[in-house]
Design a protein around this ligand. Structure first.
Ligand SMILES: C[S@@+](CC[C@H](N)C(=O)[O-])C[C@H]1O[C@@H](n2cnc3c(N)ncnc32)[C@H](O)[C@@H]1O
Length: 199
């Protein structure tokens, strides 16, 4: 897997691994208390959420295309004897092979074409068990910091699209946040945490 966005994160993750910089980001912090049962961390990166969830008693599956991140997560999970099952995979072609009680996709879907991002979002919906929880976070329109993107393969959803995708679920958290980026640019994130109806 050598997409420019994955290479961008591989360089960032190598620096973080060297510095043992394993902080949860704000979106992971908001997601953690909502997780129930078996968890899938899709686009797990360094897997800080996966490890925190496993520490809290969840069995966790964690998928990412970045070999360095997945290897480092597997190492940390083994050292801590935590139930985190890692897989290196290009999510562009991901199809849910089962269902999870909780699924987190934090900072992932903007790294695909909009067609692929919407297809994966549909897979995410069907991969959550009735009564289960989804946490999705994406960069949206209004973002001006583009340095991590493949020019041809990225997608900025309209700000309300994520909320609309889960309009038939119970929304537990919904917010839009601007974060400053270098050179006066901005990253605008939409976050939705929602529970799938039982019926
Ligand atoms: C912004 S990071 C988010 C990581 C983690 N979820 C977090 O919140 O820290 C984006 C992640 O998406 C992964 N990614 C990008 N494109 C991917 C692809 N095609 N398949 C799988 N993972 C991909 C990157 O390797 C990176 O780990």
């Amino acid at each position: 897997m050598s997409a420019p966005s994955v290479e961008f994160f591989a360089r960032q993750f190598e620096r973080q691994i060297a510095a043992a910089d394993y902080e949860l980001n704000p979106f992971e912090t908001w997601t953690l208390p909502h997780l129930t049962g078996r968890v899938l961390d899709l686009g797990c990166g360094l897997g800080n959420l996966a490890l925190a969830a496993a520490s809290a008693g969840h069995e966790v599956d964690a998928i990412d295309a970045c070999a360095q991140a997945v290897a480092d997560l597997a190492r940390r999970a083994q050292e801590l004897a935590l139930p985190v099952h890692t897989r290196q995979q290009d999510i562009a072609h991901w199809h849910a092979e089962g269902q999870w009680d909780s699924l987190a996709a934090i900072g992932l879907l903007m790294f695909f074409t909009c067609d692929d991002a919407r297809r994966i979002l549909g897979e995410i919906r069907s991969a959550v068990r009735p009564g289960g929880v989804v946490a999705v976070n994406v960069l949206v329109e209004g973002t001006t910091c583009m340095q991590m993107f493949d020019p041809l393969e990225h997608c900025l959803f309209p700000p309300l699209e994520l909320r609309a995708t889960f309009s038939d679920w119970t929304v537990l958290l919904e917010r839009t946040d601007d974060f400053p980026a270098p050179d006066g640019k901005v990253k605008r994130f939409a976050t939705v945490i929602a529970r799938r109806p039982l019926a």
